[in-house]
Design a protein around this ligand. Structure first.
Ligand SMILES: C[S@@+](CC[C@H](N)C(=O)[O-])C[C@H]1O[C@@H](n2cnc3c(N)ncnc32)[C@H](O)[C@@H]1O
Length: 339
């Protein structure tokens, strides 16, 4: 599509069409081969007249296509909307084109007031809204999984897990990061600590999977990270958690993890915390990040620099030992208890 103001002005409809196609599972339905609009509509529970406008809009930007008989087919881009694609972004697109798109309806006021858009649209902050809306909450968990998969692979390959027995992933969502790490390191046990609703959904899913090895080594622990964190682990992970929060809240979260690290210091010689988050210095998405925060972040949430993180860690009684970029967007900061 040629870049023009008219084209850009309908960009939100492209994002929301992508979200609808992802949520309906259209790419999965096309995995078997080409389909007419009527066949697709029947397969995904849509109205046949609504399939052409949706898919032709997306075809303009290379998502889906049509064969010589006019039937719809997957394109290279829409393949990545398939649930079974190894780098699937189905649920991330469903989230950004769904809940986040709805939240951006409050952007005008957000820009005028400097206060985040989502609470003004829904009346409550992000995680309270997710508690009210379990269907979107399940999409959110899976969207985080889409983003966690490549990070799990990188950590599993490069982090020295030999001396580690137990890993706690704080705010670990549905456990995707731990699942990837535990699969590669059979000696490890993992505890995924998150809000009770998230743990309930993830635990049920794990049991239904019947994967006995994982069931034996991965547990879910409901927490409120502002108050508690499971003690006794050698390694703690906080991935993509701090970036949701203001500096004051980040210090409270880090302090909660510090308490758990201190409480378990007898079991583990020197517990380590890995903060995996975007830091402006190494963030390929740095240009859009402030706007994301203005739409969904906590009030007064700002991008973090390495110096900001070091300051917050110090306030929480932690020392940053090393900072390693994890391209394209993340940084891994290894922290220990300050002496
Ligand atoms: C942006 S998501 C990141 C999920 C996961 N760490 C990842 O990177 O895929 C933030 C996570 O923090 C969790 N969270 C938010 N508030 C929390 C709280 N008060 N206590 C525990 N977890 C919380 C959310 O439920 C969510 O799973």
């Amino acid at each position: 599509m040629e870049v023009s103001l008219v084209g850009l002005s309908v960009g939100t409809w492209i994002a929301s069409s992508l979200g609808v196609a992802a949520r309906l599972g259209i790419a999965d339905a096309l995995a078997e081969g080409p389909a007419t609009g009527a066949e697709l509509a029947k397969a995904v529970g849509a109205h046949p007249d609504a399939i052409p406008p949706l898919l032709r809009t997306l075809a303009m930007v290379g998502v889906f296509g049509q064969d010589e008989e006019g039937r719809y087919v997957n394109s290279a881009l829409s393949e990545q909307l398939r649930t079974d694609h190894p780098q699937s972004l189905r649920y991330l697109c469903a989230l950004t084109g769904g809940l986040y798109f709805q939240a951006s309806g409050g952007l005008f006021d957000a820009v005028r007031t400097g206060r985040p858009a989502l609470p003004s649209v829904f009346g409550v902050p992000l995680y309270e809204q997710l508690e009210r809306d379990p269907e979107t909450a399940a999409i959110f968990d899976r969207a985080m999984e889409d983003l966690a998969r490549p990070v799990a692979a990188a950590l599993a390959e490069h982090y020295p897990f030999e001396g580690v027995r137990t890993v706690v992933d704080v705010g670990g969502g549905n456990g995707a990061l731990l699942k990837g790490i535990l699969a590669a390191h059979p000696h490890l046990h993992g505890i995924c600590a998150d809000r009770p609703e998230v743990c309930g959904r993830a635990e049920g899913e794990l049991r239904r999977s019947g994967d006995q090895d994982l069931i034996d080594r991965l547990t879910f622990q409901p927490i409120d990270v502002f108050r508690e964190c499971p003690p006794g682990a050698d390694l703690y992970v906080l991935k993509n958690v701090l970036h949701d929060w203001s500096s004051g809240s980040a210090v409270r979260i880090l302090s909660s993890v510090r308490d758990a690290m201190r409480a378990g210091a007898e079991q583990s010689a020197r517990p380590v915390l890995l903060v995996i988050d975007p830091l402006v210095e190494h963030d390929a998405g740095a240009a859009i990040r402030p706007l994301i925060k203005l739409v969904i972040g906590e009030d007064r949430t700002r991008e973090r620099s390495e110096a900001d993180l070091r300051k917050e860690a110090a306030e929480a009684g932690l020392e940053v030992l090393s900072v390693t970029p994890l391209p394209p967007e993340l940084t891994v900061a290894a922290c220990a208890l300050a002496d």
